[in-house]
Each structure stands twice: as structure tokens, then as C-alpha cells.
Design a protein around this ligand. Structure first.
Ligand SMILES: Cc1ncc(COP(=O)(O)O)c(C=O)c1O
Length: 374
């Protein structure tokens, strides 16, 4: 049986092996293992890619979120509005600062923050809004920025899943005051280890984040802020520079694969991702919906098709976040999405034939469900 993996990093490496090997060898030669020239060059190149003035490389997307919030002066007693249907890191980073995460529900069509719910979540403690561009689709930024402006709130984008995504022609990361990216290996732009970046146009935020990632130092041993060891590694900077040159090609390949799925699943009755017409969705995840998810996942696995779930629990119902005091039914759209989403194989090298095999298997399962119900 031919397996169709959920993600295939080995096939990607095979396509860029010479370039990557040379980049890694370069770091071994210079021994610039942490920060250094390659990281600095990547910061400039990735910031430019996001249409932002500054980029600060860090050791994970979580660190990027944490430092962006600290740079905005967020801390104990403050509230940050975000969504419960996200990876746990969004919420964890808010709590690292001592601030309280306050959730609003999602738009069930896009899985992103419903901007009409923000206003009623704002209190005199609210300092920031953190929209998440989930699965690679930009959140509905204009109304989010409008509420933020009215209440003088900072907008920090969680763009961990959305490298190169665009909202009304503008790259994510450059829409709010700061944009935070993850270069976790499985991301659309993935390091060979951990990595992250904050991009911003604001020189003061950039200066502060640059210090905070490296023990709060202004210059060697002059610690002017209480900082962290959040530095990006030299090897990651070097590898990410190579991979950034391929990113647009890979993104277009993902969009082609998504369009194939859309076409092949049309008429099957299976809800496919709803990309808003003014968005460039970069399909980090291609999530369909089904009310019989476990059965589908097992049946697909038996046919050699790997799937994923992003994410099976909304953060407000996770045991670790019970202290926030939320309950079941507080965010019905997020809760339902968490029960129903199923991520199909998605990576740049996914072939037309593989899309066909997956779509046929999914359509057959949908037809079986219809037959069983009648
Ligand atoms: C939405 C979202 N936010 C934050 C993160 C955290 O990034 P990292 O794993 O690089 O810390 C991730 C990825 O894991 C993510 O998907």
C-alpha cells in the first residue's frame, strides 16, 4: 500500500539538499552558532518578505509572541483578547507576561476571530488584541484594527501558521503593530530545529525585543532589561535563508493542491475550507469538517492516508487552562470546530494523484454516512 503522509519533510529536503548542506557547512566553518551574520541576513530578508522594516529572530514562535507582548508593555493586571480555537502557545504566551487571556468566539466559516464580538470583551484592563491567522488564512483585520484603534489597543498578530498570507493584498505580520512567526519544522517555512521571529515597523519595539531575546543587554554585560535566552541559532538562520528563496514556489504549490481538493470534493457534501475572496490563504492546514471524524480518521489510516487534527480541544476546555474559569458552551463555534475539523495531507510536493486518492476516499466516506442516515 502506498502511504500518503500528512507532511513529508524528507521529500522537501531532497529537493534542496545541496543548498541546505552548503548553508549548514558555512556555519560549521564560521562557528557562528548563535545569532551572527546568517541570522542577521535572514532577519532583513524575512522582514522585507513581510513588508516590515524590522525582523528579530528568536528561538521559537512562542518566544516571539512573549517578547512582542512584553515590548508592548503588557504585564500583570492587563487583559489580551484572543481566540480559544488555536494552538495552546497563543494563550501560554499571554500568561507568561502575567496578563489574562480573554477569549472571543470564532467565525465558524473561517475558524478565525469574529470581529463583531471584540467590542463586548473590551474592559478598562484590555491592552491588546491577538488575532491568529489560523491554518494560514488571515483573520478579518480591518474591523479588528478599527476596534483596536478606537480603544487604543495594540494588535499583535499570531502569524505562526501564515507565512506569506495576504489580507487585501498586504502581507500578514505587517498589519498589526507586530507580527509573530514560528519556524517550527512543519510550518510553511520551517527551520531544522526551532525558530521564530517578530516583525514590526516600530523601531522602539524592535530595539526592546532585540535586547529581551539576549538577556536584556544593550551591549555586552550591560543588562538594562530583565531578559531571556531566546536567541535564534546560526544554523537555523542559514537554513531559513535557503528555504525563504523557495517559499513562494512552495506556497503556490500548496494553493494548487488546495484548489484540487476543493474541485475534487465539490459535490461530495464535505465542507471544505472557506477562503475569503480578499485573502491569500497559504494552506498551512487544509481542514475539512465531519461529524464522524474518528471513524473517518481510522478508515483513512487503514487506506494509508495520514490525517491530523488542528485542534481537537479549544484552549478554554483544556485542563491546564481551567484556571481561566471558562466552561463548555461558552464558545460554541470554537467547540464545534474542535469536534469536527480534520486536516488532510498538505505539503508543497503533494501530487495530483495523491490529491485524487485522498479526495476519493473522503467522498466515499461521506457517501457512506449519507447512506447510513437514510
Ligand atoms: C497558532 C500558533 N501560535 C504559536 C505557535 C508557537 O510556535 P512555536 O512552536 O515555534 O513555539 C504555533 C506553532 O506551534 C502556532 O501554530
Amino acid at each position: 500500500m502506498n502511504m500518503i503522509p500528512f507532511l513529508d519533510l524528507k521529500v522537501q529536503y531532497a529537493g534542496i539538499k545541496e543548498e541546505v548542506d552548503a548553508a549548514v557547512q558555512g556555519i560549521l566553518n564560521t562557528c557562528q552558532f548563535t545569532l551572527g551574520r546568517e541570522v542577521a541576513a535572514f532577519e532583513g530578508e524575512f522582514a522585507a518578505y513581510c513588508n516590515a522594516k524590522h525582523g528579530i529572530g528568536v528561538n521559537s514562535g512562542t518566544s516571539a509572541l512573549h517578547l512582542a507582548l512584553l515590548a508592548a508593555g503588557i504585564g500583570p493586571g492587563d487583559e489580551v483578547i484572543t481566540v480559544p480555537f488555536t494552538f495552546v502557545a497563543t494563550v501560554a504566551a499571554i500568561q507568561y507576561t502575567g496578563a489574562r487571556p480573554v477569549f472571543v468566539d470564532i467565525d465558524p466559516r473561517t475558524f478565525n476571530m469574529d470581529p463583531t464580538l471584540i467590542e463586548s470583551a473590551v474592559t478598562d484592563r484590555t491592552k491588546a488584541i491577538m488575532p491568529v491567522h489560523l491554518h494560514g488564512q488571515p483573520a478579518e483585520m480591518d474591523p479588528i484594527l478599527e476596534v483596536a484603534q478606537r480603544h487604543r489597543l495594540v494588535v499583535v498578530e499570531d502569524a505562526a501558521q501564515a507565512h506569506g498570507a495576504e489580507y487585501r493584498g498586504q502581507r500578514v505580520g505587517s498589519l498589526g503593530e507586530m507580527g509573530c512567526f514560528s519556524f517550527y519544522p512543519g510550518k510553511n517555512l520551517g527551520a531544522y530545529g526551532e525558530g521564530g521571529m517578530v516583525v514590526t515597523d516600530n523601531p522602539e519595539y524592535a530595539r526592546k525585543i532585540r535586547m529581551l531575546r539576549d538577556w536584556g543587554m544593550e551591549r555586552k554585560y550591560h543588562h538594562v532589561l530583565k531578559g531571556y535566552n531566546y536567541r535564534m541559532e546560526g544554523i537555523q538562520g542559514a537554513v531559513l535563508r535557503v528555504k525563504l528563496r523557495h517559499l513562494e514556489g512552495w506556497t503556490e504549490a500548496r494553493r494548487t493542491a488546495a484548489a484540487r481538493y476543493d474541485r475534487l470534493l465539490a459535490g461530495s457534501g464535505v465542507p471544505t475550507p472557506h477562503a475569503l475572496p480578499h485573502n491569500r490563504h497559504v494552506y498551512h492546514v487544509y481542514a475539512i469538517r465531519t461529524t464522524t471524524r474518528q471513524a473517518w480518521q481510522e478508515a483513512l489510516q487503514e487506506q494509508g492516508i495520514q490525517t491530523g487534527i488542528h485542534y481537537p480541544f479549544p484552549v478554554h476546555l483544556l485542563p491546564a487552562y481551567a484556571d481561566l474559569g471558562y466552561q463548555a458552551a461558552d464558545f460554541p463555534h470554537a467547540e464545534r470546530a474542535a469536534e469536527e475539523v480534520l486536516s488532510l495531507p498538505m505539503f508543497a510536493e503533494l501530487t495530483e494523484e495523491q490529491c485524487q486518492v485522498v479526495s476519493e476516499a473522503v467522498s466515499a466516506l461521506a457517501a457512506e454516512d449519507v447512506a447510513a442516515a437514510s
